[in-house]
Every structure is written in C-alpha cells, then in structure tokens.
Ligand binder design. Structure first.
Ligand code: PAF
Length: 287
C-alpha cells in the first residue's frame, strides 16, 4: 500500500493510475465494516484508494474529536493486508488550511434526524466528501448503510451537484449478537456493551412485525419503543420512520422507507437503521 499524506502527492499518484478507481472514505480505526467496503470497492474497480481522515468539521464542539481512536500504523498494516492500493491520510492542516472558508450543506435534509442534535455534522461530511472526491477523482465511492442518513445525503449531493461518482451502498456489518460494528463501540463499558444490543433488537422487532404484515408507522414505533424500554441503560434520542427520498415521517411503510434509531448509552451515542425495499415477493427488510 502506498501511504500518502499530501493533496499534491495524492493528485500525482492518481494521475498515473489507469482504469477505474474506487474510493473508500473513512476516519480510520479499521474494523470489519471498513473491510467490507474495501472488498466492494475492489470488486467494482481496478484500483482502491482508502482515505483516512478524522474530519474535524463534522464533530460538534463537545463531541469526541480529540478522543476518536487514531492508530495510523495499525490501520496501514490492515490496509496492506486487505490489498488496498493507496492510503491517503492527510493531517487536518493539510485538508483545511487556516483560510478555509467554503462549505457545502443540505439546509433541510441535514437538519433532520441526526441533524437535530448535531446541527453542523452533515455540513462537515458534505464538505470533506466533496473535497475527497475532487482530490482522488474516483469513479466509485463506497459507504456503509449503517450511516443511513449520510448515504442518502451523499447520493443527493452527487445528483444535485452532478458529480461524476457512482455511490455504492454496502450492507451493515454486525457483531455476532447483532450490534452494528462502529468505532464508537470501543467507548462502551462491558455493561453498556451488553445493553447496546437493544438497539438492534428494537429494529429486529420492527423487521419481524413488518414480515408479519404490519405497515402502520405508529404501531412499529410502539413496538420499537417497548423493546428499547427493556434496556435500562439506553435513552432514546429518536425513533423515526421516514421516506428515504425526503426524510419526512410517513404514516405507513413502503419500499422507500427507512426506520432510523439513535440512542445514548452512557456518554456514547449509537445509531442504526433498517431499509424496507421491494423484494421479489413484496416488501423486504434490509437490516
Ligand atoms: O462515515 C465516515 O466515516 C465519515 O463520515 C466520512 C464519510 C469518512 C466523512 O468524514
């Protein structure tokens, strides 16, 4: 794996590459979720670039920017083992010189769901993803469905700004008990970790209800809230049933529905979601 830490170095490297390039944007601390994105990128393209950048502009003032896990040597070794061609790991001052001023954002979509408690988060995501697209110039970029609102917003940016990038959405990777893998799971104490799985059980309960024919959003919300209530360490931030196109709440589910949940466990915030899609025999749930 080639390790590059400047924008100019990345541009030069990119110029020499022939064929399709897929980008896997990450904040490092690689886990199975990242590896699944790398494998999808590898299937789609000849060359795989992984960016590793803990993006300061997507963290709020009291969030975990400084304590977010960072271990470049470990991540570089893992990237090498996964057959990544290039690891682009710039420092914050390289990506954001002191005179940086331009931001892109979604005034409506970015203020809903996670945007309610993280008002500047998606503006930071949009800005850094657009910068990464411009520096790496990928044909494809892979994102995990676990960050459901994020992938929906990035798809919208690609459409609205006519970006020549194909967004690939990869399934959520889960621990054996069902908890979605995330770097933030590291923050959980042992007892909080055992409670965190309640987030997955809430979505599983909704999945089973949908598979039994339930279509009403209020019933599904009730089922999820009842499930979460059995886990005393979980405090619900939101349980929302929305249309993926607009992120507006809907009364009943259809093939465009996302059910998104955010909870607090101790001082850690966890999110997860399921998508309802059209299957061969009617509605199908991707969890
Ligand atoms: O999902 C993430 O890890 C980040 O939000 C991303 C897309 C790498 C942008 O910093």
């Amino acid at each position: 794996v080639d390790l590059i830490d400047t924008k100019q170095g990345m541009r030069k490297w990119r110029q020499r590459v022939l064929g399709n390039v897929a980008l896997v944007p990450t904040m490092g601390d690689f886990h199975e979720g990242h590896f699944s994105l790398v494998r999808a990128a590898r299937e789609a393209a000849d060359t795989v670039v992984v960016s590793l950048f803990v993006n300061p502009t997507q963290f709020g003032p009291h969030e975990d920017y400084t304590r977010y896990p960072r271990d470049l040597d470990r991540d570089a070794a893992l990237a090498r083992a996964e057959g990544v061609d290039c690891l682009f790991a710039p420092a914050a001052a390289e990506m954001y010189p002191t005179d940086h001023e331009t931001y892109v954002y979604w005034p409506r979509l970015g203020s809903l769901l996670c945007g309610m408690t993280r008002p500047t988060h998606f503006r930071g995501v949009a800005t850094v993803v657009l910068k990464l697209f411009n520096i790496v110039r990928p044909h494809q970029a892979t994102f995990g469905r676990k960050d459901g609102q994020q992938v929906i917003l990035i798809q919208r940016m690609v459409e609205d700004l006519d970006l020549p990038v194909e967004v690939m959405i990869c399934p959520t990777v889960r621990d054996p008990d069902g908890l979605a893998v995330s770097s933030r799971n590291r923050y959980l104490s042992m007892s909080d970790r055992s409670q965190a799985v309640g987030l997955y059980f809430a979505l599983s309960a909704a999945k089973h209800a949908i598979e039994r024919g339930e279509r009403r959003s209020d019933r599904l919300k009730e089922i999820m809230e009842q499930t979460v209530a059995a886990y005393s360490a979980l405090s619900v931030e939101y349980v929302e049933i929305v249309a993926r196109g607009t992120l507006e709440a809907t009364d009943s589910i259809d093939e465009d529905t996302m059910i998104a949940v955010a909870v607090g466990v101790g001082s850690t915030r966890l999110i997860d979601n399921l998508w309802v899609v059209q299957g061969k025999k009617g509605l199908q749930v991707e969890l």
